[in-house]
Design a protein around this ligand. Structure first.
Ligand code: CDP
Length: 237
């Protein structure tokens, strides 16, 4: 964790040159893993995630099966080399929590009642972590599920919003995240405006919270378009 006493916003610009409402350069590719049923690679600046999806496939052991629906399982994992200090391999409290909220963020978008007794597995690997990894993972998982052919009500789109140097900004990088006064992870199904993930660290006033949510919605609309173009691109061939 890098703490700094430096100003994070100088003359209206953040230290990486962005304005307060700018995203980092975004890259989205789908079908990047041949053996998976669906996959995607998504980068927001130096935060890079790759997701593979398997299923719906029969769930074993059988006692875990649900006779009236399929289930979704998500695993969020940070590669040991993904952050400055080597990340200890294996699940920790943080990745278990992120795996759970990722599942809860994605589940409302899926129609798994059409696939009883099955499981859809979503494996999120963080290759490089530089802030906002959970929302990058949700964005990648959402388009990976779509390429796997899992029936969905809508895509799930996610972004981070936070307060640094007293200002609300979007898509926090690692330095900003570690030095923020507050940060929010947000996900939405845009067509129905249904929020599926909302987590906050730190403190905001009620007005700032509402302003942050508006900013998050606006940002997710931009990301939604990028997700749709990445999917359309893959159907071109
Ligand atoms: O990544 P996200 O913002 O969703 O989650 P976080 O728990 O708020 O972590 C913020 C950032 O801290 C990550 O994106 C990484 O850049 C960094 N981090 C780290 O350097 N080493 C870890 N073991 C965990 C997080």
């Amino acid at each position: 964790m890098v703490k700094t006493n430096e100003k994070l916003i100088v003359k209206g610009k953040r230290l990486d040159g962005r304005a307060i409402e700018d995203l980092r350069p975004v890259k989205m590719d789908v079908d990047v893993i041949e053996r998976a049923d669906g996959s995607a690679q998504v980068a927001f600046g130096n935060t890079e995630t790759i997701v593979s999806v398997y299923g719906p496939r029969k769930l074993y052991p059988r006692f875990l099966q649900k006779s009236d629906t399929g289930i979704l399982r998500c695993r969020y994992n940070m590669a040991p080399f993904s952050v400055e200090d080597r990340k200890r391999p294996g699940p920790g409290r943080r990745s278990i929590e992120i795996s759970k909220v990722t599942r809860l963020a994605l589940e409302p978008a899926t129609f798994l009642t059409d696939f009883p007794k099955t499981v859809v597995d979503v494996f999120i690997e963080v290759l490089r972590g530089d802030g906002s990894t959970r929302v990058a993972g949700v964005n990648a998982a959402s388009i990976a599920l779509a390429t796997a052919g899992v029936p969905m009500r809508d895509l799930v789109v996610a972004c981070s919003v936070g307060k640094i140097d007293g200002k609300l900004v979007v898509d926090l990088n690692g330095l900003e995240d570690n030095n923020s006064e507050a940060d929010i992870a947000f996900a939405i199904m845009p067509s129905k405006e249904k929020v599926t993930l909302l987590q906050m660290d730190g403190r905001l006033t009620k007005e700032e919270l509402f302003e942050s949510l508006d900013l998050a919605k606006k940002t997710c609309k931009k990301i939604y378009e990028m997700q749709k173009s990445a999917l359309k691109e893959s159907f071109k061939d």
